[in-house]
Design a protein around this ligand. Structure first.
Ligand SMILES: Cc1cc2nc3c(=O)[nH]c(=O)nc-3n(C[C@H](O)[C@H](O)[C@H](O)COP(=O)(O)OP(=O)(O)OC[C@H]3O[C@@H](n4cnc5c(N)ncnc54)[C@H](O)[C@@H]3O)c2cc1C
Length: 479
């Protein structure tokens, strides 16, 4: 067994782990980054980037099919599954290549490949042959897709996101299970690429939405495009030959049996901490078996261990993993002089079409906190620019605090949601009032005018402004 003695050991070479490495190396040269599987990060290899590449192809097909409404004819759109997947993989490999270049630029002696587990608070076993004594440890092991045990019998017909992005061509049909972010994105993309899909959700969830009105609108929009059961009543899932057979009750109460090439599991991701042998340490665990940590410092209890990224089991988003990785790596490096970080406004986006976004405090959070809030909304079905470009579907709701008049949150299913969400997130982080945002410039005619309508409604709901003028397309910023 090879022995290694370091100041900082980072477990997991993903986005959080790499960010942690970059920060920790500014404090010490005695550090090591450990990756169990493939370098290149979940984001670039099987997450954010390849999913957006697949969605880009799907949206292009959808746009081409929709030109008729403008009086144009583009002919029938044919999807060449091989070519689609070839571009997805080629571009994906390019992104992964940049990540690998970064990793390979770091001294080889500071990189270990092998699964790490704790032997005790300060010792790690990496693979079978390397023992690491670390003064401080960063856990950045990410998450993995959850699958139901009963699906295991499907064998190679059961797939997860990783498998999709290695496809050489598109299959004929896929049953997508899970109405969360990944399920919504992939089901719609596959549908638009001529794959027969059905999305089986649970409990009525539509992505991360918590505002019942926005959720209801989103469900209606997606159900209007492809078969989606937000609260599916599934009787059985079995394998017959090379097919997955799903028996379920359809929305109209009719019992149906459908056959698919694959079952794509997208029912959520679990923090990848169960293989770490945390029970061999004295680290405090939370009720879910994860590490109990302070989100400001990423420190686990008052220990020498830090946790970052999806491994926390809290917010499984890329920018959060990067932020937490930096904090965890910096603190592991500077230990025991541990420091907190300022919080960014929350921002979560689903790259469906129309897009979904939650900014700042979501509706569910506000209700749970029991704080008073007022609501303003805009219906994008009727919004000027949205109608002009033929993307008039959606509902955006903004929340404000009655005592201060400040903007505190928003939920939406709307065209250009990713961009509207950024405007709102920046305003919320800057602690701006609804009036202050309304005093900002708005061009005409733009989708942001819809947001302005919602803000005017909110100002009125806060009893801080007049009732908005109905259907006013050109009443400008002061209107
Ligand atoms: C399909 C999909 C689409 C997504 N789209 C978006 C998006 O559009 N926007 C967004 O913000 N987020 C998106 N995400 C989420 C985002 O990808 C994750 O939040 C982010 O990648 C998490 O980074 P991480 O560093 O925590 O984990 P990872 O990048 O997964 O890194 C963890 C690493 O730890 C390694 N590891 C695990 N256990 C051990 C061990 N015992 N020893 C050593 N190494 C170990 C793993 O092999 C892995 O490489 C998406 C995710 C998926 C799956």
């Amino acid at each position: 067994v090879h022995e290694l003695d370091v100041d900082v050991a980072i477990i997991g070479g993903g986005t959080a782990g790499m960010a942690a490495y970059r920060m920790a190396q500014t404090h010490t040269e005695r550090l090591v980054l450990i990756e169990a599987d493939r370098w290149g990060t979940t984001c670039a290899r099987v997450g954010c980037m390849p999913s957006k590449l697949l969605i880009a192809a799907a949206d292009a097909a959808h746009a081409a099919r929709g030109v008729g409404r403008f009086g144009l004819a583009a002919g029938a759109v044919e999807v060449d599954g091989r070519a689609v997947m070839e571009r997805v993989r080629r571009e994906r490999d390019r992104f992964v290549g940049f990540v690998l270049d970064a990793v390979e630029s770091w001294p080889e002696a500071r990189r270990l490949t092998g699964g790490a587990r704790f032997l005790d608070d300060h010792h790690l076993m990496v693979g079978d042959y390397t023992r690491v004594r670390a003064d401080r440890v960063v856990v950045a092991t990410g998450s993995r897709t959850a699958v139901l045990d009963e699906w295991r019998a499907l064998g190679d017909r059961l797939i997860v996101n990783d498998d999709v992005f290695d496809w050489r061509t598109l299959p004929a049909s896929v049953a997508v299970f899970g109405g969360g972010v990944i399920g919504l994105e992939l089901a719609q993309a596959l549908h638009r690429l001529d794959v027969r899909v059905r999305l089986f959700g649970k409990g009525g969830a539509v992505g991360p939405l918590g505002d019942p009105r926005v959720l209801e609108r989103a469900a209606a929009i997606f159900r209007g495009e492809y078969p989606f059961l937000p609260d599916a009543d599934v009787e059985s899932v079995t394998r017959d030959g090379d097919e997955v057979v799903v028996a379920f009750t359809d929305a109209d109460g009719e019992r149906k049996v459908e056959r698919f090439d694959y079952l794509l599991a997208a029912i959520g991701r679990r923090p990848d901490v169960d293989g770490l042998d945390l029970d061999k340490t004295s680290l405090p665990l939370n009720e879910k078996g994860g590490l109990h940590f302070d989100p400001r410092t990423c420190r686990v209890g008052d220990s020498h261990v830090f946790v970052a990224g999806d491994a926390t089991g809290e917010v499984p988003l890329l920018h959060v993993a990067a932020d937490e990785g930096r904090v965890a790596g910096d603190n592991a490096g500077r230990f025991p002089d541990v420091r907190g970080r300022p919080r960014r406004a929350e921002l979560a986006v689903v790259f469906s079409d129309p897009g979904i976004a939650i900014v700042g405090a979501g509706h569910r959070e506000l209700e749970q906190l029991g704080v008073p809030f007022a609501v303003g909304e805009v219906d994008y079905g009727d919004q000027g620019r949205a109608r002009v470009i033929g993307r008039n579907a959606g509902l955006l709701r903004v929340y404000g605090a009655p005592d201060t008049g400040k903007l505190i949150g928003a939920e939406m299913v709307a065209p250009a949601a990713e961009h509207l969400a950024h405007l709102l997130a920046w305003a919320i982080q800057a602690d701006r009032t609804v009036q202050d945002v309304l005093d900002s410039p708005f061009y005409h005619p733009v989708l942001e005018e819809g947001l302005r309508t919602a803000l005017r409604n909110l100002r009125h709901a806060l009893a801080m402004g007049p009732p908005p003028i109905e259907r006013c397309l050109d009443c400008g910023p002061g209107g």
